[in-house]
Design a protein around this ligand. Sequence first.
Ligand SMILES: [Zn+2]
Length: 372
Amino acid sequence: MNELSSGLYFAPTGIAHLTHTNTDLVRAAAHGRTQLRVTTAAQLNGHPHLGTVTTILAVFALTARMADDLNMPATIIFDSLENAPAEHLTIHGRHYTRTVQDLIDHGHLDAHERTSGFRRLLTWASARSTIAWQERPYAVYQELLPVRTCLHAIAQRQDEFAPLLAPADGRIRVRPRCPRCHLVDKDAHDLTMSAGDREVLLDSVCPHHGPYRETIPIHGTSGWYDANTPVRSVQKVALLAAERDHYDACSISMDGPDWGGAWFSHVIAPALALLDIPAHDWPISLFTPMVLDRTGGKLSKSLYVKYGREYADLPPAFLDLDLLLDAYGEEALEALWQETTRWAAEPRRLHRCYTVDHLTTLLRPSHLGVPA
Ligand SMILES: [Zn+2]
């Protein structure tokens, strides 16, 4: 597909000038390693929309391309975030939450409904790309030694990490939950975090049940804590750095573009330096193209739910993978897969954004005669 027939123009960009192929971005980090180990993540907060679908397909397409170019086996680790908030409560003017997993455990949410869309998509993409994937729940992630070691470092040096992790108010959001009712203090107003001998102590207060303490042993798996996105993503780069040696792997994170640019330069890169992780152990961070709404913002399911057609005149199927598959079948995934393999094949296609109208055009000829 050339520029004319795809309707796309490609403005010159810096990183596309620097690379001949996207694999050039991982070549040095992969040298001498026996495998590629790619991680990506998503909150289990419902049905994936078109932006999430294309991100996940792009992760598989890029991984397949790099595995092929480097002649290395590859595995994709899908961090499924069942710790995402699913219930929000305001008590005495403060914001409390309960997690997706808590609501599933207590019968208020259906586990299948929360996860089936993602599993269906991952299974399809894995079969299409022949790249294996594994799911890693947050409950497992937060137990891992490098993740807890990083938490301990943050607890020990809160004054140094707070400007990176909480630049607005200095409150680092690590969140234990009340042992009796599982309420989480979302903004960590009542949190006192302290680093003990090979453990982190999290003291908080439940509005119903009073003070409690959660003890997180660094070398154990007991205890549980939630952490907000900056804390969790700093822990993730520490984990991926450790996994280079643990798995003799080239560790790569691939995520949506929210986590590149300003996020990477203000949160992740300075945190890697604070953690004293040498540059040759830094994981590779790659970012998939952003899918834009018609105003140039990131395509947002929550904005669509809030404003409807005023926000984006899209078939509802674009906001819900199950509807997309019901209406257009797996040929819709195949059309998007073909597009993301083009992104994987050419730097100029990877390092740019795409409008939702472009993706609509890809689907329309054979699949979108009648909007769902
Ligand atoms: Zn409580």
